[in-house]
Design a protein around this ligand. Sequence first.
Ligand SMILES: [Zn+2]
Length: 810
Amino acid sequence: MRDPSAPRWRRRLPVPAALAAATAVVLLVNPASAVVPAAERPVELVRVADEEANVVEVLLAGTAQLDALVATGVDLDHHVTRTENGVVAHAVVTASEAAALTRAGFTLGEVLHRPADARARIAEREATIAGHAAQNREFAAATRGPVASAASDVKIIRADYYTSGTSQILSVEAKWAQGQTAADALTVERDSGPGTEIGSGGTQTISRFVDAGVYLYHRGAAPVTSRPDRVRITSPTGDVAVAQVREWLPTPGDDPEGPGYQKDFVTSYLTPTELYARIHQLAAEFPRLAEIVELPHRTNGYRRHAQAVLGAAADSRVAVDSLAWGHEGGNDISVELADPGTADTPLSVTVAGPAVRVTLGTDGAGAVTSTAAQVVAALNARAGTLVRAYTYRGSAGAGMVAPAARTPLSDGLSAPASVSRDPHPVYAIRIGKHRDGSKLGVLAYAQEHAREWVPPLVTVETAERLLRNYAHDGRTRQLLDNLDIWIAPSINPDGGHYSFYDFNSQRKNMTNHCPTTGAADFLARNSWGVDNNRNYTEYSLFDGYSGASASCTSGTYAGPSELSEPENRNLDWLASRPNIRFSMNLHSSGNYFMWSPGAYALPGRVSAPRPTLAEESAFWGASSRILAAIKRHRNMAVTPARTGPISDVLYSAAGNSGDMLWYRYGIYAWNFEVGTSFQPEWDEAHAETLEFANGLVELMRVARDFAQDRTRPRSTLAVAQSATPGMVDVTFSTSEPAAVFYTLDRAAPTYASTLYGSAGIREGGETLTVPAGSRIHWFSVDSAGNVENNYRPDGNGRNYRKGTAVLPAG
Ligand SMILES: [Zn+2]
């Protein structure tokens, strides 16, 4: 079904060196000899002249040690933070200074910034500017010519008027040839309606949108008191552009919800357990229209090992984990570090049931002499069937252990027993009269990110609307009779449960990929997990793309490898159902509506391939329908500035699911960022649920129309005067989103012929400059595969479109 000429792009880039360096974590640990308190040892810092300096964390036990650090004369920046473990300062030190500090007993943490990082930033900036200069030259060349925009260095891309709530807004986007290097804002003059003077409606300014050092365009929105008809921008060099104002998301005349249409089925936030119960209940109530599908992979489970960290200073800490899961006995285990109170006692460990008691070693005076490393070794030797012990975050464990009272290990999980601790099944509800793969498939999925509580509600509200209106609403029946709809309300149930019961800001899944030499201990438990929306296969961190992290505690941790997580393999399985052509990935928040590309590589902001002009217009066309449906609920307009490719309007997100669905599976894949926050007040959450369910139902209508599209596109060739003597400027337009393939050598056009392209980001079709009198042969084809004039583009058909590139008479 997919346009056979469109390649399934797949590129692998090496990880840029700068990226690898920025994500590396270097831990410098104390040598075993550095047990004398730092303040007692004078230290002399000598900076070797040609050594480079890094910004490095210094981990301090408290203010006294901070004072000792200051006394060394080390180059501290202004950063000093107090943590539960002491004080962290940032020092600018060379390798030999770092070694001197370490010898003096200071613990150095992560290297935060290296000279190479700064060099990479600078190289990136220079590459970017050079690249953009070339783009600007092309742009300047493209906008030259005797037509309306004659030689103008400014071009208005969009001018959108819309209402939102009770406001009227004008949003303008424009591209200025000097935008990369000059920081000027642009002034937009408005008229006050058809036939009025430009300027009579007032002015507004729009400012540069720069991402990763690259100027994209100018944009801005301002309230207006009436609907302007035209706007004008005069660039700082005196060039002028004028554009017609369009209405963004006008209210469609046709209300898709007929009389008796039922909706508003969700009355509270729902945990993943409750979401799954809800779709099971719906499938049981409508067995002829729906079924539950358990996806092939169970999660790793809402469960953890029971843990404790004993001790205060990093090098004297002992971390202990149960071998059993917390709920399977780990939570019953306790560890005590007992001071025997007698001289010359050897270090020993006794185990009585789940109670582990360490008797610390003492010297002849009765003082404790056991180090953390010694206690760790003793625990692993004598209690190794119950627990695993390790020193703290890669420390050598040279510090003397402090006695500790009996400390219970804990998995730190507080959900009620009704939340399963086992690897969790992940469910989707499959809705449609014919669920045999013969109908066009649509996929909606939510809660890749655990803390986003509204998006799952949008999916169950939508499922219930489809099922409860089928019997009496003809338009709903049209959808279920012609589509195969898959709705997965919670992709990440473990993280979801954790967000509800333990840590509401949880974003990722619950899987701990941190090593025991890193952040595997109990204190880091709220930072573990893989970002399920960074673990997919296309344009990922592992391919060298930006916007995901290799650190196991980062909010955007991409995981150890692509599709390492069961949640992600489940979505990959769903996307590989061969009939699925449309999808919606529901997130929150921000009221965005986005599609691919969702990632770029640095330096240079090298984007994943952009959709073709025809695909881009199909995205925009469906978007305006979906967003108008959302707006119908309470006049909330998703703005033009928040509509478009993820990497154009938000940021780069390497390895996100939308990109996998689009690039790997050819699915028209959209992303909602629902609402205003992750867990808004219920009244707001309820309204967001209803308005975005409108949008999701409209996606089903878009898909149904696509499935039933038998209309052949029509195309038009327009010829305008060129600035170059003997040449003319040619553009194509189509009656619906459609690809145009053309030849200039009198050959019959095929899918291998040149594809008519886009003029640039968020712009329309390109302008082709060809010799006057050229013969042009072409045809158009829509994304459902309908070809203009029923032409067969195999090189044998003759009923393609033909034209001559001559200026129209007059
Ligand atoms: Zn999200």
